[in-house]
Design a protein around this ligand. Structure first.
Ligand SMILES: [Zn+2]
Length: 354
């Protein structure tokens, strides 16, 4: 028999509790409350934290967590699952990334302070009440607006326990590094709670294909750590850890202003010298061709087609020959998982209606 999950109240073993937890107050004097589901299993096991909408307009993870909170039953799980559905409630209500008015990034405010700015106060309540009680953490994000990102994770894989979590989640690509100071992932990891950030798709959308993949990842983590003994650990087919700081990944940026047309595709695999996009002026008098500086996969891509010098166009991650051949073979077999269902429409809006 496991222990109750204690916050200001407690959730008994075998119980599921949907609660709203106050982390601040609006200027009307109303409470700012985050919705949280705690599933406390009948039997012993780790406490797994799932968090979403730390950036208020990044929604795919909100759907992932809604599904997890609904699908699992405390009778069946070993341990506790703490589902923080929406962390940045002010940003979520305004559909902005940051906390509105002073534009504070909640994901740079951890572990927070009880007597500092709004973001740090919220971070403090969230961290002490929920995150500190977890043994593992998955934090769900998307690309920022006007861009999209491939399904991947970010994790400090030099930490063995984090590496195990990232592998269990099973995204093909892990960008490895400690993360930003004040981010939830870095703070939790440094305090002994292995944490992985999941990056998936676009802001302001639900993207079912990505959401399904993330749910598979959660199920695989539950299997690996014994939360759900009936599940099996997934294997993504191919796997690549990319160090965040060693030239293996780069944001290609516009050097001229103009209109951007993406030319890559249908799969986000580009070879050295291949055209990724063009930038033309409005009169089409000049065209700047942006080529891949090395063979790699496009992890993030601009969606808004107007650019000025310095704007990011795409995020390219280098892959070696073996990985490239594996991906190519999967493409040839029609089994390129994660893209197969998006296929030609990966960049389009229609894929979200599938
Ligand atoms: Zn984010």
């Amino acid at each position: 028999m496991t222990n109750p999950f204690r916050y200001d109240g407690e959730v008994a073993p075998g119980e599921v509790r949907h609660l709203r937890y106050e982390v601040g107050e609006t200027y009307l004097g109303d409470p700012i409350e985050i919705p949280v589901t705690v599933l406390n299993g009948e039997r012993d096991g780790p406490t797994v934290g799932l968090t979403a909408a730390l950036h208020g307009d990044e929604l795919n993870g909100v759907k992932v967590i809604q599904e997890v909170a609904d699908r699992y039953d405390p009778d069946d799980i070993h341990g506790t699952v703490v589902c923080c559905h929406v962390l940045n409630v002010p940003g979520y209500l305004a559909q902005t990334r940051d906390i509105p008015i002073y534009d504070q990034d909640l994901n740079r405010a951890f572990p927070g302070k009880p007597r500092s700015n709004t973001a740090e106060r919220m971070a403090d309540r969230i961290y002490r009440t929920f995150v500190e009680k977890c043994d593992l953490l998955l934090d769900f994000h998307t690309s920022t607006r006007n861009r999209t990102t491939m399904f991947h994770t970010r994790a400090d894989t030099t930490n063995e326990r984090v590496d195990r979590l990232a592998r269990a989640f099973g995204a093909n690509v892990v960008i490895s590094g400690p993360g930003d100071v004040g981010s939830l992932r870095r703070t939790a990891t440094e305090n002994g709670i292995p944490a992985v950030t999941v990056e998936m798709g676009k802001a302001h959308r639900f993207q079912p294909t990505l959401i399904e993949r993330a749910l598979d990842g959660v199920a695989s983590v539950f299997a690996e750590f014994g939360v759900d003994p009936t599940a099996t650990v997934g294997w993504p087919g191919w796997f690549r850890v990319v160090p965040a700081d060693q030239g293996d990944k780069t944001w290609l940026r516009a050097d001229t202003g103009g209109l951007v047309e993406m030319r890559w595709g249908p799969y986000p695999l580009v070879r050295e010298g291949e055209t990724i996009c063009t930038i033309t002026d409005h009169f089409k008098h000049s065209e700047k061709v942006v080529e891949a500086p090395f063979t790699g996969i496009l992890v993030g891509v601009l969606e808004n087609p107007v650019a000025q010098p310095g704007h990011p166009l795409c995020h390219l991650v280098r892959i070696d020959e073996t990985t490239r051949d594996e991906i190519q073979a999967e493409i040839d077999r029609g089994e390129f998982d994660g893209y197969r269902q998006r296929g030609l429409r990966w960049r389009g809006e229609r894929s979200e209606l599938d």
